[in-house]
Structure formats: C-alpha cells, structure tokens
Write a protein that binds this ligand. Structure first.
Ligand code: CTP
Ligand code: MG
Length: 233
C-alpha cells in the first residue's frame, strides 16, 4: 500500500474575505474553517499523515483551531501559495519515516471534502502521475488583453474549473516544484506546476461542495452547506 500524505495549505492572509482574522480561522458551523478539511483527512483510512502549512505569527491561532487533533508541527509557509506548497513538500520529504509515495495538496479554504473523492483521486494515481477534481464551467470564458479587449473565446466544452485536493505521485510533484521555483514563474495551482514539468495531469469530476471560501458572502454559503451536510453543531 502506498503511503499517503495530505498537505493542507493555510498560510494565506484571507484579504478578500475581509474578516478580523485570516479566513481559515473563522468559525463555520462552530469549528474553524481549516479544521473541517483537517478532520476529513484525519478520518480517512487511507491517509497516513496530515501536514498543515501556516503563516508566520499564526501559531497560536493554529494551536487553538486544531486542539486535540493528531497533527505534526505545522510548517511555516511563504509569500505565495506556491511557496507554501513547496515548503510543505520539503517538510514531508524530510520526515523521519521517509517521504510519502502520494500527496494530496489541498486549500484550507475548501472545508467540505467528500471521502469518496479522496478515494477516487488516490485510485486514479495508478494511471496518471497527477489527478485533480474539476467542474465544467457554466459561463463562457474570454481571454482578454491588457486593455480588456477580447482576444479569444475558447470552446467551453474543453474548459474546466480546477479545485483541490490535487493528487500527485510525491517525487514527481516535489521535482516539479523545485523546477518551478527555479523559473521564478508564479503558477496558480499545483497542476500548473506539474504541467510545466511535463507531467500528464488527469481531471476527474469535482464537487460543488469543494468550493473555495474566498469572499465575505462565501461564509453564508459555507454555513448553508454545513447544514445540508449535517455538520452544523
Ligand atoms: N495560501 C498559502 N500561502 C500563501 C497564500 C495562500 O498557504 N502565501 C493558501 C491559503 O491559506 C488558502 C489557499 O492557499 O487556503 C488558497 O488561497 P486563497 O484562497 O487565495 O487564500 P488567501 O491567499 O488567504 O486569500 P486572499 O487571496 O483573499 O488574500
Ligand atoms: Mg490568495
């Protein structure tokens, strides 16, 4: 059986959410946002270790948010999400038991993680070095230039909106992140880091419940979803 790590990145400042603290520490259904996905990974029988990456100065917030959970010490993140993921991957590589075989890289800002999706991602890694959940897009997407003039309308059938967790064979994604860091380019998700390294990344069906809490109104959505999922306290 492969050893499987979950890497939950929570080192952002949550500026667009406009709350009194970073959004990952705001309670949803009575528990801090990031605790939901940490608990989902911890409860999953195939996940061996759950590593969190947190922002400088967030140590006390994190300790309070994760009281009682069986987690290794959090890793300090970086100025960008990509840097935070890279730091987390390096910490996993240096674990006493050795690097994991598989890593599921997840945004702390996506609290509602279906267990069946974790299984589907892990299973699909037997066929592909990388697998991500994604949804079809409902709007027509435009590519625009610096003046806001449309330069392209890609066919919608071929477009997907990427979510997390994004699953990879560990050594592949660590090497891809090292290479990406050397280029100095900023990639918006780990699949893009993998693509840049030439890895074939497959897409499987995502889920509406995997939506990312980004803006203030997304907390209303999250409370509703928690109720629908039976998670309200
Ligand atoms: N993240 C991170 N390190 C960073 C930036 C982001 O670990 N330097 C994490 C966030 O904590 C979040 C995920 O990456 O779980 C997705 O990022 P996003 O939704 O953009 O969160 P923030 O960057 O915190 O929010 P904002 O962009 O509104 O400031
Ligand atoms: Mg951000």
């Amino acid at each position: 059986m492969p050893s499987i790590a979950a890497l939950v990145v929570a080192a952002g400042s949550g500026s667009r959410a406009g709350r009194d603290r970073p959004k990952q520490y705001v309670p949803v259904a009575g528990r801090p946002l990031l605790r939901h996905s940490l608990e989902a990974f911890l409860a999953h029988p195939r996940v061996d270790v759950v590593q969190a990456v947190i922002g400088a100065g967030h140590e006390e917030l994190f300790a309070a948010a994760t009281a009682g959970l069986a987690l290794p010490a959090p890793v300090r993140g970086g100025a960008t999400r990509q840097q935070s993921v890279h730091a987390g991957l390096q910490a996993l590589a240096a674990r006493p038991g050795g690097a994991p075989d598989v890593v599921l890289i997840h945004d702390a800002a996506r609290p509602f993680l279906p267990a069946a999706l974790i299984d589907a991602l892990i299973d699909a890694l037997e066929e592909h070095p990388g697998v991500i959940p994604a949804l079809p897009v409902v709007d027509t997407i435009k590519r625009v230039d610096a003046r806001g003039i449309i330069v392209e309308t890609p066919p919608r059938d071929a477009l997907r909106a990427a979510q997390t967790p994004q699953a990879f064979r560990f050594s592949d994604i660590l090497a891809a992140h090292r290479a990406a860091a050397d280029t100095g380019t900023e990639f918006s998700d780990d699949a893009a880091v993998a693509e840049h390294a030439g890895l074939a990344v497959a897409v499987i069906d995502g889920a509406a419940q995997l939506r990312k809490v980004t803006h203030a109104e997304d907390f209303d959505w999250a409370e509703d979803m928690a109720r629908k999922l039976g998670l309200a306290t």
